[in-house]
Design a protein. Structure first.
Length: 95
């Protein structure tokens, strides 16, 4: 299973777990909504930042090719060519 698939599964799992947790009782009304918890998680922020980079790469490569290359191809190409350097740059920038 690819990392990307694992991330999507984790997010779907979060939705089902938090959806049940936050609807179980009135005692939880003061707690932040599940979406807020998710958006504040470092895993989700990292996922979003990586997704944005992949979408930028997809746009650039699609422009070069003269047609939409598709997300899967852009994802694979970006991981092979850019991911390691991108992660190193983010880590040194303190993200």
């Amino acid at each position: 299973m690819r990392l990307w698939d694992k991330i999507f599964i984790a997010i779907r799992l979060k939705d089902s777990i938090f959806g049940v947790t936050f609807s179980m009782s009135n005692a939880m009304k003061g707690a932040p909504p599940a979406d807020d918890l998710l958006k504040n998680s470092s895993l989700y922020r990292e996922f979003q930042a990586e997704r944005e980079e992949i979408l930028k790469h997809k746009w650039i490569e699609s422009e070069k090719a003269g047609h939409d290359i598709g997300f899967e191809r852009a994802l694979t190409d970006w991981i092979i060519k850019h991911r390691a350097n991108w992660r190193r740059a983010r880590q040194s920038a303190g993200h």
